[in-house]
Write a protein that binds this ligand. Structure first.
Ligand SMILES: [Zn+2]
Length: 264
């Protein structure tokens, strides 16, 4: 299983990065006796569709998982809809979209589509349900409610290690402040991709985002094997946030930057 950062800028696109988008891929049976690459995208925020084109043909996408419906996590679903519906080689058919309640309406608003059934040509929607495992090829996806001003979910993804010899797991926080769901999502994972949009001493409002320190605390509570910090807004010094996290977490800490890949 491998993780590629497509976009990691927090709350808006930035000069070096699109907003939230992460590509998770694994090799698995294609159902016809052969093996192929299965590809799932976590969030598709501002500017991320273009960046995604650097990594795969969206025709080969197997599922999109939306952590929540804030603009910086979903607006480029409009680009994906056009790509699938109006591709010059012919419509690509529906791709699975897993999201919170209201996902079809949210995407319909983006595409100015009054008749939501028109989206069925491009998307097959599944509403998030905590505690249920959704399988996409060899990948097992589970969502956990987290702490944000709108319904939001952390995502836990398990799948075959790159050598195929064992199962590995990663977790993605989505947007959240500290909460039990976040720790449950990240319990014992090999890699914890965690937002750290806020900074200690600067952002005092609660129940929206994590600081670097609170991301580190969650990683420690979850016994995550490694921490990758993401969703840093353009106005934030990444090294300040990384240092905060290091005060609360003793494992390896890295920063999510576009194009970075982790092979698990
Ligand atoms: Zn948000």
């Amino acid at each position: 299983m491998r993780l590629t950062i497509v976009g990691s800028s927090g709350s808006m696109s930035g000069p070096q990065s699109a907003a939230s988008c992460y590509l998770v891929q694994a090799e698995g049976p294609d159902g016809e006796g052969a093996s192929r690459t299965w590809s799932v995208v976590l969030d598709l925020g501002s500017g991320a569709f273009g960046a995604l084109l650097r990594h795969l043909d969206p025709a080969e996408l197997d599922a999109v998982v939306l952590s929540h419906l804030h603009a910086d996590h979903v607006v480029d679903m409009s680009g994906l809809e056009v790509y699938r519906r109006y591709h010059p080689a012919g419509a690509l058919g529906p791709v699975r979209v897993l999201g919170p309640a209201g996902t079809p309406e949210r995407i319909g608003a983006l595409t100015m589509e009054d008749d939501l059934s028109a989206l069925d040509a491009s998307f097959a929607f599944t509403e998030h349900e905590a505690g249920r495992v959704v399988e996409v090829g060899p990948l097992r996806l589970e969502v956990f409610p987290v702490n944000h001003p709108v319904p939001a979910f952390g995502v836990r993804v398990s799948g075959p290690a790159e050598d195929g010899a064992r199962q590995v797991t990663l977790a993605y926080s989505g947007d959240t402040d500290s909460c039990d769901g976040l720790v449950a999502a990240a319990r014992d994972v090999e890699l914890f991709l965690c937002e750290a949009a806020f900074q200690e001493g600067r952002d005092s409002v609660r129940d929206i985002h994590l600081t670097g320190r609170r991301a580190g605390e969650a990683a420690t509570q979850a016994a995550a094997r490694s921490l990758v910090l993401t969703h840093l807004p353009p106005w934030t010094d990444a090294e300040v946030v990384r240092a905060e996290a290091a005060e609360a977490y003793g494992g390896p800490i890295e920063l999510a930057v576009p194009g970075a890949t982790w092979i698990l």
